[in-house]
Design a protein around this ligand. Sequence first.
Ligand SMILES: [Zn+2]
Length: 264
Amino acid sequence: MKSNGFRLPTYMCLAWITVLASCGKPTPDTSTSSDAETRDSVSQVITEVLTAEQQAKLTPDDVIRLLQEGNIRFTKNDLTARNHNEQVRKASEGQYPKAIILSCVDSRVPVEDVFDRGIGDVFVARVAGNFVNEDILGSMEYACKVAGAKLIVVMGHEHCGAVKAAIDHVEMGNITAMLSKIEPAVRQAAGDKTGKLSSKDPELVHAVCEANIDNTIQTIRSQSVILKEMEDAGAIRIVGGIYDMDDGSVQFLHPEELPGGMNQ
Ligand SMILES: [Zn+2]
């Protein structure tokens, strides 16, 4: 297994060098942009946070594109420089995030960095195996219906320990009940396979990961009237993606349904 090779310390150094280099220079004007994260060059340091007006102008497809673009920057080790102190202060006045992303807890999946997002930009819900329960559905309803987020991303990842443990039927403390949420995806992906299932089968692991994401999306639609109605009305979109540990890219599922009809 190859680990994520992106060096955040290098980025942090770049951020500080850029902060120092921009001392005394005017702050980049992002006020006319629909996205506070928009930048013209790497020399800019983002100090703003998303406003209610900017959030209101975004469509769900706009948000998908912004996340795709941010992910490309992540894969190129070209994360946006941000002045976190400034952003913290400005975000204390309110939050108007673009999206809510449901991820696994895996320490190798740094969600905000994966999409090059900053403070006040996305909600992140995390649970091993990225499934939903009542609490996470409530969090998604809050993010979209109350706080105005336009997109729900259910993001699984390659080499997921929770998926592998579900395949291997691990039983241990509260982990047993947790893995039962992934079990339907194991049964679906296994199909008519006979014999003992094993997490040493990489194709099976990938298939369970994908089935688990699709199941989670179907559960969101079937167990949240609020989110289903918002999706049907075009106010939000609900999409799935898989984070690739080897190159840092996120491959969205069902790319034919994406703006432009493809992954980047
Ligand atoms: Zn995982």
